[in-house]
Design a protein around this ligand. Structure first.
Ligand SMILES: Nc1ncnc2c1ncn2[C@@H]1O[C@H](COP(=O)(O)OP(=O)(O)OP(=O)(O)O)[C@@H](O)[C@H]1O
Ligand SMILES: [Mg+2]
Length: 453
Protein backbone atom coordinates (compact mmCIF):
# COMPACT_ATOMS: atom_id res chain seq x y z
CA UNK A 1 0.00 0.00 0.00
CA UNK A 2 1.24 3.49 -0.77
CA UNK A 3 0.11 6.83 0.60
CA UNK A 4 0.86 10.19 -0.93
CA UNK A 5 2.16 13.13 1.05
CA UNK A 6 2.43 16.74 0.01
CA UNK A 7 5.93 18.17 -0.37
CA UNK A 8 7.22 21.34 -2.06
CA UNK A 9 9.50 21.25 -5.12
CA UNK A 10 11.66 24.14 -6.24
CA UNK A 11 10.97 25.03 -9.90
CA UNK A 12 14.53 26.25 -10.24
CA UNK A 13 16.79 23.57 -8.67
CA UNK A 14 14.19 20.76 -8.18
CA UNK A 15 15.12 20.32 -4.51
CA UNK A 16 12.33 18.93 -2.29
CA UNK A 17 11.18 20.70 0.92
CA UNK A 18 8.77 19.43 3.61
CA UNK A 19 7.19 22.88 4.13
CA UNK A 20 6.53 25.88 1.94
CA UNK A 21 8.83 28.90 2.14
CA UNK A 22 9.08 32.10 0.14
CA UNK A 23 12.71 31.41 -0.75
CA UNK A 24 14.35 28.10 -1.70
CA UNK A 25 16.94 27.28 0.99
CA UNK A 26 19.04 25.34 -1.58
CA UNK A 27 19.38 27.74 -4.51
CA UNK A 28 18.10 30.99 -3.00
CA UNK A 29 15.41 31.53 -5.68
CA UNK A 30 12.33 33.50 -4.48
CA UNK A 31 8.77 32.23 -4.98
CA UNK A 32 9.90 29.03 -6.68
CA UNK A 33 8.37 26.35 -4.41
CA UNK A 34 5.24 24.59 -5.62
CA UNK A 35 3.15 21.80 -4.12
CA UNK A 36 3.87 18.23 -5.31
CA UNK A 37 2.43 14.83 -4.37
CA UNK A 38 5.02 12.25 -3.42
CA UNK A 39 4.71 8.61 -2.31
CA UNK A 40 5.42 8.34 1.42
CA UNK A 41 8.22 5.79 1.88
CA UNK A 42 6.77 4.64 5.24
CA UNK A 43 3.73 3.28 3.43
CA UNK A 44 5.53 1.48 0.59
CA UNK A 45 5.01 -2.27 0.95
CA UNK A 46 7.69 -4.76 -0.28
CA UNK A 47 5.62 -5.67 -3.37
CA UNK A 48 5.02 -2.10 -4.44
CA UNK A 49 8.71 -1.32 -4.01
CA UNK A 50 9.51 -4.14 -6.43
CA UNK A 51 11.42 -6.11 -3.80
CA UNK A 52 9.93 -9.40 -5.03
CA UNK A 53 11.96 -9.15 -8.26
CA UNK A 54 15.12 -11.23 -8.23
CA UNK A 55 18.38 -10.13 -9.86
CA UNK A 56 19.44 -12.14 -12.93
CA UNK A 57 23.02 -13.06 -13.79
CA UNK A 58 24.02 -11.28 -16.99
CA UNK A 59 25.41 -14.56 -18.42
CA UNK A 60 21.90 -16.10 -18.17
CA UNK A 61 20.27 -13.21 -20.00
CA UNK A 62 18.48 -13.92 -23.28
CA UNK A 63 18.79 -10.93 -25.55
CA UNK A 64 15.71 -9.62 -27.33
CA UNK A 65 16.59 -7.59 -30.42
CA UNK A 66 15.11 -4.07 -30.58
CA UNK A 67 12.32 -3.79 -33.12
CA UNK A 68 12.56 -0.78 -35.44
CA UNK A 69 10.05 1.00 -37.61
CA UNK A 70 11.59 3.14 -40.32
CA UNK A 71 10.34 6.67 -40.96
CA UNK A 72 11.30 6.27 -44.65
CA UNK A 73 12.88 9.74 -44.39
CA UNK A 74 16.52 8.69 -45.02
CA UNK A 75 18.19 11.59 -43.13
CA UNK A 76 15.93 10.97 -40.12
CA UNK A 77 16.40 7.18 -40.12
CA UNK A 78 20.17 7.64 -40.31
CA UNK A 79 20.10 10.00 -37.34
CA UNK A 80 18.03 7.56 -35.31
CA UNK A 81 20.15 4.54 -36.29
CA UNK A 82 17.71 2.45 -38.29
CA UNK A 83 14.43 4.12 -37.40
CA UNK A 84 12.27 4.51 -34.27
CA UNK A 85 12.69 1.70 -31.74
CA UNK A 86 9.36 0.24 -30.57
CA UNK A 87 8.51 1.41 -27.06
CA UNK A 88 11.02 4.25 -27.21
CA UNK A 89 10.25 7.79 -26.09
CA UNK A 90 11.72 10.45 -28.36
CA UNK A 91 11.89 14.14 -27.57
CA UNK A 92 12.00 16.61 -30.47
CA UNK A 93 12.96 20.17 -29.52
CA UNK A 94 13.51 23.39 -31.41
CA UNK A 95 12.63 27.05 -31.75
CA UNK A 96 9.11 28.17 -32.72
CA UNK A 97 8.39 27.74 -36.42
CA UNK A 98 11.49 25.66 -37.16
CA UNK A 99 9.50 22.62 -38.34
CA UNK A 100 8.86 20.29 -35.37
CA UNK A 101 5.16 19.78 -36.15
CA UNK A 102 5.91 19.53 -39.89
CA UNK A 103 8.50 16.76 -39.46
CA UNK A 104 6.30 14.94 -36.94
CA UNK A 105 3.36 15.00 -39.34
CA UNK A 106 5.64 13.68 -42.10
CA UNK A 107 6.61 10.82 -39.75
CA UNK A 108 2.91 10.27 -39.01
CA UNK A 109 2.20 10.14 -42.75
CA UNK A 110 4.99 7.66 -43.34
CA UNK A 111 3.78 5.37 -40.53
CA UNK A 112 0.18 5.57 -41.79
CA UNK A 113 1.40 4.77 -45.32
CA UNK A 114 3.05 1.63 -43.97
CA UNK A 115 -0.25 0.59 -42.38
CA UNK A 116 0.50 1.55 -38.77
CA UNK A 117 -1.99 3.32 -36.53
CA UNK A 118 -0.94 6.85 -35.64
CA UNK A 119 -2.36 9.17 -32.97
CA UNK A 120 -1.37 12.83 -33.40
CA UNK A 121 -2.36 14.79 -30.29
CA UNK A 122 -2.07 18.53 -30.59
CA UNK A 123 -2.75 20.93 -27.80
CA UNK A 124 -1.44 23.89 -29.76
CA UNK A 125 -3.25 23.70 -33.07
CA UNK A 126 -6.91 22.98 -33.85
CA UNK A 127 -7.88 19.89 -35.83
CA UNK A 128 -8.66 22.24 -38.73
CA UNK A 129 -5.12 23.66 -38.70
CA UNK A 130 -3.70 20.14 -38.53
CA UNK A 131 -5.93 19.05 -41.42
CA UNK A 132 -4.68 22.01 -43.49
CA UNK A 133 -1.06 21.01 -42.92
CA UNK A 134 -1.84 17.31 -43.53
CA UNK A 135 -3.45 18.24 -46.87
CA UNK A 136 -0.37 20.28 -47.84
CA UNK A 137 1.87 17.31 -46.97
CA UNK A 138 -0.41 14.74 -48.69
CA UNK A 139 -0.91 13.01 -45.35
CA UNK A 140 -4.60 12.10 -45.59
CA UNK A 141 -4.77 8.46 -44.48
CA UNK A 142 -7.45 6.45 -42.63
CA UNK A 143 -5.01 5.24 -39.99
CA UNK A 144 -3.82 8.76 -39.05
CA UNK A 145 -5.96 9.99 -36.12
CA UNK A 146 -6.00 13.58 -34.86
CA UNK A 147 -6.93 14.72 -31.36
CA UNK A 148 -6.99 18.33 -30.17
CA UNK A 149 -6.59 17.86 -26.41
CA UNK A 150 -4.44 18.90 -23.46
CA UNK A 151 -6.01 16.90 -20.60
CA UNK A 152 -3.79 13.89 -19.89
CA UNK A 153 -6.75 11.75 -18.75
CA UNK A 154 -8.50 12.19 -22.13
CA UNK A 155 -5.23 11.52 -23.98
CA UNK A 156 -4.63 8.30 -22.00
CA UNK A 157 -8.24 7.26 -22.64
CA UNK A 158 -7.79 7.82 -26.40
CA UNK A 159 -4.52 5.87 -26.30
CA UNK A 160 -6.19 2.91 -24.58
CA UNK A 161 -9.07 2.87 -27.07
CA UNK A 162 -6.99 3.32 -30.22
CA UNK A 163 -3.84 1.41 -29.18
CA UNK A 164 -1.71 3.22 -31.81
CA UNK A 165 1.77 2.16 -32.95
CA UNK A 166 3.02 5.72 -32.56
CA UNK A 167 1.88 8.66 -30.47
CA UNK A 168 2.88 12.20 -31.42
CA UNK A 169 2.39 14.64 -28.55
CA UNK A 170 2.53 18.25 -29.75
CA UNK A 171 3.70 19.51 -27.27
CA UNK A 172 4.52 18.02 -23.85
CA UNK A 173 4.48 21.51 -22.27
CA UNK A 174 0.75 22.01 -22.91
CA UNK A 175 -0.45 18.73 -21.33
CA UNK A 176 -1.86 18.81 -17.80
CA UNK A 177 -3.36 16.43 -15.27
CA UNK A 178 -6.34 17.96 -13.40
CA UNK A 179 -5.30 16.53 -10.01
CA UNK A 180 -1.73 17.79 -10.15
CA UNK A 181 -0.80 21.21 -8.81
CA UNK A 182 0.48 23.86 -11.20
CA UNK A 183 -0.35 25.12 -14.66
CA UNK A 184 0.54 23.20 -17.85
CA UNK A 185 4.26 23.52 -18.51
CA UNK A 186 5.20 23.75 -14.81
CA UNK A 187 7.76 21.33 -13.34
CA UNK A 188 5.09 19.23 -11.63
CA UNK A 189 2.85 18.93 -14.65
CA UNK A 190 5.56 18.22 -17.23
CA UNK A 191 7.24 15.66 -14.98
CA UNK A 192 4.02 13.88 -14.07
CA UNK A 193 2.50 13.88 -17.57
CA UNK A 194 5.74 12.75 -19.25
CA UNK A 195 6.17 9.95 -16.74
CA UNK A 196 2.54 8.75 -17.18
CA UNK A 197 2.90 8.79 -20.96
CA UNK A 198 6.29 7.03 -20.76
CA UNK A 199 4.78 4.28 -18.57
CA UNK A 200 1.99 3.73 -21.09
CA UNK A 201 4.32 3.76 -24.12
CA UNK A 202 6.81 1.31 -22.57
CA UNK A 203 4.05 -1.06 -21.42
CA UNK A 204 2.37 -1.13 -24.85
CA UNK A 205 5.53 -1.05 -27.01
CA UNK A 206 4.22 2.12 -28.61
CA UNK A 207 6.62 4.70 -30.05
CA UNK A 208 6.31 8.16 -28.51
CA UNK A 209 7.40 11.41 -30.14
CA UNK A 210 7.14 14.23 -27.61
CA UNK A 211 7.57 17.70 -29.04
CA UNK A 212 9.27 20.11 -26.64
CA UNK A 213 9.61 23.88 -26.52
CA UNK A 214 13.02 25.44 -26.06
CA UNK A 215 13.99 28.39 -23.90
CA UNK A 216 15.51 31.66 -25.17
CA UNK A 217 18.97 30.12 -24.67
CA UNK A 218 18.03 27.15 -26.87
CA UNK A 219 17.65 24.58 -24.07
CA UNK A 220 14.63 22.39 -23.63
CA UNK A 221 11.98 24.13 -21.53
CA UNK A 222 10.65 22.29 -18.48
CA UNK A 223 12.40 20.11 -15.98
CA UNK A 224 15.80 18.61 -16.63
CA UNK A 225 14.37 15.33 -15.41
CA UNK A 226 12.47 15.09 -18.71
CA UNK A 227 15.78 14.73 -20.52
CA UNK A 228 16.73 11.78 -18.30
CA UNK A 229 13.34 10.15 -18.71
CA UNK A 230 13.32 9.86 -22.51
CA UNK A 231 15.46 7.58 -24.72
CA UNK A 232 16.26 9.98 -27.56
CA UNK A 233 16.61 13.78 -27.63
CA UNK A 234 16.82 15.61 -30.94
CA UNK A 235 17.11 19.34 -31.56
CA UNK A 236 16.35 21.32 -34.67
CA UNK A 237 18.95 23.93 -35.52
CA UNK A 238 19.04 26.54 -38.23
CA UNK A 239 17.59 29.86 -39.05
CA UNK A 240 13.81 30.03 -39.45
CA UNK A 241 14.31 32.59 -42.20
CA UNK A 242 16.64 30.29 -44.13
CA UNK A 243 15.35 27.18 -45.81
CA UNK A 244 17.92 24.73 -44.42
CA UNK A 245 17.44 22.94 -41.10
CA UNK A 246 19.77 20.65 -39.19
CA UNK A 247 18.49 17.93 -36.90
CA UNK A 248 21.02 16.98 -34.26
CA UNK A 249 20.75 14.15 -31.81
CA UNK A 250 21.77 15.16 -28.32
CA UNK A 251 21.14 11.83 -26.62
CA UNK A 252 20.31 8.40 -28.04
CA UNK A 253 20.11 5.23 -25.99
CA UNK A 254 20.19 3.06 -29.15
CA UNK A 255 22.67 4.75 -31.50
CA UNK A 256 25.64 7.09 -31.63
CA UNK A 257 24.90 10.81 -31.45
CA UNK A 258 27.60 11.73 -33.97
CA UNK A 259 25.27 11.88 -36.97
CA UNK A 260 23.27 14.90 -38.04
CA UNK A 261 20.38 15.21 -40.48
CA UNK A 262 20.07 17.92 -43.14
CA UNK A 263 16.71 19.12 -44.38
CA UNK A 264 15.31 21.80 -46.62
CA UNK A 265 11.95 23.42 -45.76
CA UNK A 266 9.67 23.32 -48.79
CA UNK A 267 5.96 23.75 -49.46
CA UNK A 268 5.66 19.95 -49.22
CA UNK A 269 7.44 19.80 -45.85
CA UNK A 270 11.03 19.00 -44.94
CA UNK A 271 13.02 17.39 -47.75
CA UNK A 272 16.23 15.40 -47.28
CA UNK A 273 19.49 17.06 -48.28
CA UNK A 274 21.77 14.05 -48.73
CA UNK A 275 24.68 16.15 -50.03
CA UNK A 276 24.92 19.33 -47.93
CA UNK A 277 28.30 20.35 -49.40
CA UNK A 278 26.68 20.97 -52.78
CA UNK A 279 24.12 23.24 -51.10
CA UNK A 280 26.49 25.40 -49.08
CA UNK A 281 29.18 25.95 -51.72
CA UNK A 282 28.57 27.39 -55.16
CA UNK A 283 31.10 25.64 -57.40
CA UNK A 284 30.58 28.11 -60.24
CA UNK A 285 31.53 31.22 -58.28
CA UNK A 286 34.52 33.13 -59.57
CA UNK A 287 37.48 34.34 -57.50
CA UNK A 288 36.20 36.87 -54.97
CA UNK A 289 38.33 38.45 -52.31
CA UNK A 290 37.07 37.73 -48.80
CA UNK A 291 35.69 34.29 -49.58
CA UNK A 292 37.23 31.02 -48.36
CA UNK A 293 35.95 27.45 -48.57
CA UNK A 294 36.32 25.36 -45.41
CA UNK A 295 35.75 21.69 -44.86
CA UNK A 296 34.28 21.15 -41.43
CA UNK A 297 33.31 17.86 -39.81
CA UNK A 298 29.98 17.97 -38.05
CA UNK A 299 29.59 14.72 -36.20
CA UNK A 300 31.06 12.13 -38.51
CA UNK A 301 30.11 14.03 -41.65
CA UNK A 302 32.50 16.28 -43.61
CA UNK A 303 30.79 19.34 -45.12
CA UNK A 304 32.14 22.07 -47.39
CA UNK A 305 31.18 25.60 -46.39
CA UNK A 306 31.86 29.11 -47.62
CA UNK A 307 33.12 31.66 -45.08
CA UNK A 308 32.95 35.28 -46.19
CA UNK A 309 34.75 38.22 -44.60
CA UNK A 310 34.50 41.94 -45.11
CA UNK A 311 37.28 44.08 -43.64
CA UNK A 312 36.54 47.78 -44.07
CA UNK A 313 37.75 51.05 -42.50
CA UNK A 314 35.66 52.04 -39.49
CA UNK A 315 33.52 55.05 -40.41
CA UNK A 316 33.08 56.52 -36.95
CA UNK A 317 33.23 55.38 -33.34
CA UNK A 318 34.51 52.00 -32.24
CA UNK A 319 35.42 49.31 -34.76
CA UNK A 320 32.52 46.86 -35.16
CA UNK A 321 32.74 43.06 -35.16
CA UNK A 322 29.78 41.22 -36.69
CA UNK A 323 29.96 37.43 -36.66
CA UNK A 324 27.20 35.35 -38.24
CA UNK A 325 27.36 31.56 -38.12
CA UNK A 326 30.92 31.47 -36.79
CA UNK A 327 31.69 31.10 -33.08
CA UNK A 328 32.17 34.72 -31.86
CA UNK A 329 34.77 33.65 -29.30
CA UNK A 330 36.91 31.89 -31.88
CA UNK A 331 36.40 34.70 -34.40
CA UNK A 332 37.63 37.29 -31.86
CA UNK A 333 40.53 35.02 -31.05
CA UNK A 334 41.51 34.86 -34.75
CA UNK A 335 41.33 38.67 -35.09
CA UNK A 336 43.53 39.12 -32.00
CA UNK A 337 46.02 36.48 -33.23
CA UNK A 338 46.25 38.17 -36.64
CA UNK A 339 46.89 41.54 -34.97
CA UNK A 340 49.57 40.15 -32.66
CA UNK A 341 51.35 37.67 -34.92
CA UNK A 342 51.16 39.47 -38.27
CA UNK A 343 51.13 43.03 -36.86
CA UNK A 344 47.96 43.73 -38.87
CA UNK A 345 46.21 46.96 -37.89
CA UNK A 346 42.66 45.75 -37.40
CA UNK A 347 41.68 48.04 -34.52
CA UNK A 348 40.42 50.68 -36.97
CA UNK A 349 38.64 48.17 -39.22
CA UNK A 350 35.09 46.84 -39.09
CA UNK A 351 35.16 43.06 -39.55
CA UNK A 352 32.15 41.06 -40.70
CA UNK A 353 32.31 37.27 -40.92
CA UNK A 354 29.47 35.17 -42.30
CA UNK A 355 28.84 31.53 -43.14
CA UNK A 356 26.72 31.22 -46.27
CA UNK A 357 23.53 29.16 -45.90
CA UNK A 358 22.75 29.85 -42.24
CA UNK A 359 24.90 27.05 -40.80
CA UNK A 360 26.36 27.60 -37.32
CA UNK A 361 29.84 26.18 -36.73
CA UNK A 362 31.76 25.95 -33.47
CA UNK A 363 34.49 23.61 -34.72
CA UNK A 364 38.09 24.94 -34.40
CA UNK A 365 38.89 23.43 -37.83
CA UNK A 366 37.13 26.49 -39.27
CA UNK A 367 39.89 28.77 -37.90
CA UNK A 368 42.15 28.61 -40.95
CA UNK A 369 39.26 29.47 -43.30
CA UNK A 370 38.30 32.46 -41.09
CA UNK A 371 41.94 33.65 -41.20
CA UNK A 372 42.02 33.10 -44.98
CA UNK A 373 38.80 35.07 -45.55
CA UNK A 374 39.96 37.98 -43.33
CA UNK A 375 43.42 38.13 -45.00
CA UNK A 376 41.86 37.85 -48.45
CA UNK A 377 39.52 40.78 -47.78
CA UNK A 378 42.24 42.83 -46.00
CA UNK A 379 44.74 42.47 -48.87
CA UNK A 380 41.96 42.34 -51.50
CA UNK A 381 43.52 39.23 -52.93
CA UNK A 382 41.15 36.40 -53.88
CA UNK A 383 41.93 32.84 -52.90
CA UNK A 384 42.21 30.82 -56.14
CA UNK A 385 39.03 28.96 -57.12
CA UNK A 386 38.79 25.27 -56.13
CA UNK A 387 40.86 25.80 -52.97
CA UNK A 388 39.81 24.52 -49.57
CA UNK A 389 41.35 25.09 -46.14
CA UNK A 390 40.98 23.66 -42.67
CA UNK A 391 42.97 23.61 -39.44
CA UNK A 392 42.89 24.97 -35.92
CA UNK A 393 44.89 28.14 -35.26
CA UNK A 394 46.56 28.52 -31.86
CA UNK A 395 47.20 31.78 -30.01
CA UNK A 396 50.82 31.86 -31.17
CA UNK A 397 49.65 31.55 -34.76
CA UNK A 398 50.57 27.87 -35.21
CA UNK A 399 48.26 25.78 -37.41
CA UNK A 400 47.29 22.63 -35.53
CA UNK A 401 46.00 19.21 -36.52
CA UNK A 402 42.28 18.48 -36.39
CA UNK A 403 40.41 15.16 -36.40
CA UNK A 404 39.11 13.36 -39.51
CA UNK A 405 41.81 14.74 -41.86
CA UNK A 406 41.31 11.91 -44.35
CA UNK A 407 37.51 12.34 -44.49
CA UNK A 408 37.92 16.09 -45.07
CA UNK A 409 40.38 15.58 -47.94
CA UNK A 410 38.11 12.94 -49.49
CA UNK A 411 35.14 15.34 -49.38
CA UNK A 412 37.19 18.06 -51.10
CA UNK A 413 38.35 15.65 -53.82
CA UNK A 414 34.77 14.40 -54.32
CA UNK A 415 33.83 17.95 -55.36
CA UNK A 416 36.89 18.22 -57.62
CA UNK A 417 38.77 20.83 -55.61
CA UNK A 418 42.33 21.13 -56.82
CA UNK A 419 44.22 22.52 -53.85
CA UNK A 420 43.98 22.34 -50.10
CA UNK A 421 45.64 24.25 -47.23
CA UNK A 422 45.93 22.03 -44.16
CA UNK A 423 48.01 21.52 -41.02
CA UNK A 424 51.45 19.86 -41.18
CA UNK A 425 51.80 16.44 -42.72
CA UNK A 426 50.56 13.18 -41.27
CA UNK A 427 51.42 9.72 -42.68
CA UNK A 428 47.86 8.65 -43.44
CA UNK A 429 47.36 11.56 -45.84
CA UNK A 430 49.47 9.81 -48.53
CA UNK A 431 46.70 7.22 -48.93
CA UNK A 432 44.06 9.70 -49.99
CA UNK A 433 46.14 12.15 -51.99
CA UNK A 434 44.73 11.98 -55.51
CA UNK A 435 44.41 15.02 -57.74
CA UNK A 436 44.63 17.46 -54.83
CA UNK A 437 47.68 19.64 -54.26
CA UNK A 438 48.32 19.50 -50.52
CA UNK A 439 49.78 22.73 -49.11
CA UNK A 440 50.90 22.15 -45.55
CA UNK A 441 50.76 25.23 -43.35
CA UNK A 442 52.93 25.55 -40.21
CA UNK A 443 51.71 28.92 -38.97
CA UNK A 444 49.72 31.94 -40.08
CA UNK A 445 52.82 34.04 -40.93
CA UNK A 446 53.77 31.42 -43.52
CA UNK A 447 50.12 31.31 -44.68
CA UNK A 448 49.92 35.12 -45.00
CA UNK A 449 52.79 35.14 -47.55
CA UNK A 450 50.33 33.82 -50.09
CA UNK A 451 48.23 37.03 -49.72
CA UNK A 452 51.13 39.50 -49.54
CA UNK A 453 53.02 38.32 -52.65
N1 LIG B 1 2.87 26.78 -47.20
C1 LIG B 1 4.11 26.70 -46.78
N2 LIG B 1 5.13 26.55 -47.65
C2 LIG B 1 6.40 26.43 -47.23
N3 LIG B 1 6.76 26.44 -45.95
C3 LIG B 1 5.81 26.58 -45.05
C4 LIG B 1 4.45 26.72 -45.40
N4 LIG B 1 3.76 26.82 -44.25
C5 LIG B 1 4.64 26.77 -43.25
N5 LIG B 1 5.88 26.63 -43.73
C6 LIG B 1 7.13 26.53 -42.95
O1 LIG B 1 6.90 25.76 -41.82
C7 LIG B 1 7.31 26.45 -40.67
C8 LIG B 1 6.40 26.13 -39.51
O2 LIG B 1 6.65 24.78 -39.19
P1 LIG B 1 6.05 24.09 -37.91
O3 LIG B 1 4.67 24.60 -37.65
O4 LIG B 1 6.24 22.64 -38.14
O5 LIG B 1 7.03 24.62 -36.78
P2 LIG B 1 7.07 24.22 -35.25
O6 LIG B 1 8.49 23.94 -34.95
O7 LIG B 1 6.07 23.16 -34.99
O8 LIG B 1 6.64 25.57 -34.56
P3 LIG B 1 5.85 25.80 -33.18
O9 LIG B 1 6.83 25.57 -32.08
O10 LIG B 1 5.44 27.22 -33.25
O11 LIG B 1 4.70 24.87 -33.15
C9 LIG B 1 7.26 27.91 -41.02
O12 LIG B 1 8.17 28.67 -40.28
C10 LIG B 1 7.61 27.89 -42.49
O13 LIG B 1 9.03 27.90 -42.63
MG1 LIG C 1 4.31 23.12 -33.86
Amino acid sequence: MTKTVTVYTCNSCYSIHPTWAGKCSKCGEWNSLSETDKADVKFVTPTSAGQMKKPISISQFKEVADKYIQTLIPEFDRLLGKGFVKGSVNLLGGEPGIGKSTLSLQVAKSFAMQGYNVLYVSGEESENQLYGRAKRLDAIYDSLFLLNETNLLTILHALKNLAPDILIMDSIQVVFHPSIQGVAGSVNQVRYCASELTNYLKAKDCIGVLIGHVTKEGYLAGPKVLEHMVDVIMYFEGDRDQKYRILRSFKNRYHSTRDIGFFEMTEKGLKDVPNPSSVFVDMNLGDNSGSAIAVICDGARPILLEVQALVVDTGYGMAKRTFLGVDPLRANLMVATLEKQLKLRLANKDIILNIIGGMKVKEPALDLAMVAAILSSYYEKPIPAKTVCFGEVGLTGEVRQVSNTVERIKEASKFEFSSIFLPEKRDIIEKVNGQLALNYVKNISEFSQFFVD
